[in-house]
Design a protein around this ligand. Structure first.
Ligand SMILES: NC(=O)c1ccc[n+]([C@@H]2O[C@H](COP(=O)([O-])OP(=O)(O)OC[C@H]3O[C@@H](n4cnc5c(N)ncnc54)[C@H](O)[C@@H]3O)[C@@H](O)[C@H]2O)c1
Length: 674
């Protein structure tokens, strides 16, 4: 039998064999509810053995009971003791240790994802989206940091669901880090098996940018929400291209990690929004950050305030402390007109605490989750049905409702409401209400290649952010399309709108050519020492990179919406072209088994080598998605691709679909069958 002494001697990168002191948990910080735990005794033993793999043998007797206690109390082993003491946050890059710039840059990103200010449950390593974790446990955090400190530009760090498999020899133009999260074998790719695997400590739900180390606080989603609301106004409320949402009312729920962006977005679009939130601590956080304007505790107070702002055409975001259903039923009963309606509760994790039933307060929801999950599920299903009914009544009165990418409609369907699906027997044809991608973001942004490009100024200096904002604005041809004008206004006003929470970062929707132009300009600025090093990245909620029939690819109508090939190609193509960090995840946004998504991180060091990587990878990353959308016959993607084939004829060539005559085919089939 191999003894632990030999194992320890075979590793130079490992946890220390002294025990860190047990943490004192800071008061007032949100803690994750107990996660589902359905392990047998032998599986509990396996979970303990798995966690103890990180721990030197001399500490096993002390830590095994502690880990068992964590598992039984929290449903997971987080290894709290290994969390570094005090506040973790993305510090200026010079403050990190590391042989190469990339190694230090990734540490900035990881720490920003775990910042008390940005993370939803920082002690449980959850950045956003109820369950989106950076790592499974703190042992992985410590080990990954050690790896990043010693990594050279001839090595690649491989991370599987938070676990650092190790450093492997590669070359300077290979990715420095390859991450996968929660990828499962098809037969086991369902929530029950995933929950079992996470409880055993072998799977991580990375969401998109949590486990992909690219979270930039709620700003990351403000831009997309702002675009969605503005375009919804233009398409559904008859606003002109130059109009904003002044005098229009938007109702939604959720002031959490991502949903917390909704108040800010509606204000930037000059509309009025009421956002229901059951957890008062989240309302307080958003108020202290200036991300909501006022707090209200009754429905009447909320709607009275909204009415005043609507009449004066003033921008206002109102947090309503209570359940979204209560708010909507009040509006329905009192015939209050709602222009735009959505929901951003965490329905991807609907039975895990993501959705609070209207029969329970937030506190009662947490208690019932701990005590009796089966009863909790019954309450959730009842509530989802009620929620659906009130939405139906409101839409009949003229409200435009859209699913905002949180799997709400799928959750309603799974709760037994078959009429929410166009075809009650399955969900292949989508739902009776549109997803925001089907109606809005898909055709108007993704199909052209516009998506959530972002950057982080690794120096931590606000002056760098201002310089990069200005430089990015200069690259935009604002008169090309209305989308370019919206993006130009967004970045010009970005500082004024005080969007930064955590590191000095910016999101800016751009298409393929726009992203490349900005990336090359920024790398030149780093080369000229105008700014410090920069991390480029994107959310996975994008044109390419994500196969998600209930969200990103919900406007793909050629039957390929159930395929997961684009995300895999995007991931591997970015790796082949030398992006600094490449990621591939199961489940981000809408839940396990429902989406495959890939992302990247690219460190700008000012070198010509990086220029070359940008030229090869940036167009690919986006155009792989536009090409797929064009092949699915999406019109705006076809026109974008025709233009692309012309402009890049020496290097690229994308296959385009011939269009058929629908009537001719219908008649042909009908005649044959008659
Ligand atoms: N559309 C997009 O672009 C996009 C992007 C990222 C995430 N998402 C999805 O949106 C959802 C929300 O993400 P998040 O990061 O904000 O999650 P979160 O869990 O941090 O926030 C959700 C909030 O909803 C509140 N809530 C739950 N039930 C409620 C109810 N019935 N009434 C009122 N409030 C209630 C919770 O208290 C919580 O604060 C997730 O499903 C996520 O996957 C969508």
């Amino acid at each position: 039998m191999i003894i632990n002494e030999k194992i320890s001697q075979a590793m130079s990168i490992k946890l220390d064999n002294t025990l860190p002191s047990y943490p004192i948990f800071e008061k007032g910080l949100r803690r994750a509810p107990k996660r589902e735990l359905k392990l047998t005794n032998s599986e509990i033993k396996l979970a303990l053995k798995n966690a103890l793999r990180y721990i030197p043998e001399n500490l096993h007797k002390e830590l095994a009971p502690e880990f068992l206690d964590e598992l039984l109390t929290h449903g997971r082993i987080y290894g709290y003791r290994f969390r570094p003491k005090g506040r973790i946050y993305g510090k200026p890059i010079e403050e990190y240790k590391g042989v190469i710039l990339e190694g230090r840059a990734f540490q900035v990103m990881i720490d920003n994802n775990l910042d008390f200010k940005t993370a939803l449950y920082p002690y449980e390593l959850v950045t956003y989206g109820e369950t989106g974790q950076v790592f499974q446990n703190w042992m992985q955090y410590i080990l990954v940091k050690k790896y990043l400190e010693v990594m050279t530009d001839e090595q690649t760090l491989v991370i599987q669901s938070g676990h650092p498999l190790g450093l492997f020899k590669s070359n300077p133009t290979a990715p420095r880090v390859i991450i996968t999260n929660g990828l499962m074998i098809g037969e086991f790719d369902n929530l029950d098996d995933f929950n079992r695997a996470t409880a055993l400590g072998v799977a991580n739900y990375g969401q998109m940018t949590a486990g992909g180390w690219m979270y930039i606080g709620p700003q990351g989603i403000v831009h997309g929400t702002y675009n969605t609301l503005l375009i919804a106004g233009r398409l559904k409320l008859g606003l002109k291209k130059e109009d904003n949402l002044a005098g229009k009312l938007f109702i939604t729920s959720g002031l959490g990690g991502m949903s917390g962006a909704q108040g800010k977005a509606i204000e930037i679009a000059h509309g009025v929004g009421i956002i229901a939130e059951v957890d008062f601590s989240r309302i307080e956080t958003r108020l202290s950050q200036g991300w909501v304007g006022v707090i209200t505790k009754t429905e009447k107070e909320a709607f009275d305030l909204a009415q005043k702002a609507i009449e004066k055409k003033e921008a206002l975001s109102i947090a309503y402390h209570g359940n979204i259903i209560t708010l909507l039923e009040y509006a329905d009963k009192n015939s209050i007109n709602i222009d735009l309606l959505s929901d951003q509760t965490s329905c991807h994790a609907v039975y895990d605490g993501g959705y609070c039933p209207d029969s329970l307060s937030f506190k009662e929801r947490t208690e019932l989750l701990k005590k009796d999950r089966d009863s909790f599920k019954v309450e959730v299903d009842k509530s989802l049905k009620k929620h659906f009914e009130v939405i139906k009544r409101l839409t009949k009165k003229g409200t435009y409702f859209f699913d905002y990418g949180n799997s709400f409609l799928k959750a309603v369907y799974d709760a037994g409401v078959k009429e929410v699906s166009k075809n009650p027997n399955n969900v292949y044809d989508g739902f009776i209400f549109p997803s925001y991608v089907e109606d809005i973001l898909g055709p108007e942004l993704f199909d052209y290649g516009y998506g959530p490009f972002r950057w982080v100024c690794l120096s931590g200096k606000e002056t760098d952010l201002i310089k990069t904002d200005n430089a990015a604005a200069e690259t935009i041809d604002k008169d090309r399309r209305y989308q370019d004008m919206d993006n130009y206004i967004w970045v010009k006003d970005a500082m004024k709108n005080k969007l930064v929470v955590g590191t000095q970062a910016r999101i800016l929707y751009q298409d393929a050519e726009g992203r490349l132009a900005i990336a090359l300009k920024f790398n030149q600025m780093v080369r000229d020492k105008i700014v410090g090093p920069i991390m480029l990245g994107r959310d996975h909620h994008d044109t390419g990179g994500t196969d998600s029939p209930f969200r990103e690819t919900s406007n793909i109508k050629d039957g390929s919406n159930i395929m997961a090939e684009m995300s895999t190609h995007c991931f591997v193509g970015n790796a082949a072209r030398g992006m600094s960090l490449v990621t591939l995840h199961n489940g981000g946004g809408v839940g396990i088994g429902k989406v495959s998504n890939s992302g990247f991180g690219m460190v700008l060091d000012g070198s010509l080598k990086v220029d070359e990587i940008l030229k090869q990878s940036f167009l690919w990353d986006v155009m792989s998605g536009v090409a797929r959308r064009a092949w699915a016959r999406n019109e705006n993607s076809i026109s974008t691709t025709i233009e692309y084939n012309k402009n890049h004829k020496d290097t690229d060539h994308i296959t385009l679909p011939y269009i058929t005559d629908d009537n001719y085919l219908s008649n042909l089939i009908k005649n044959k069958q008659d």
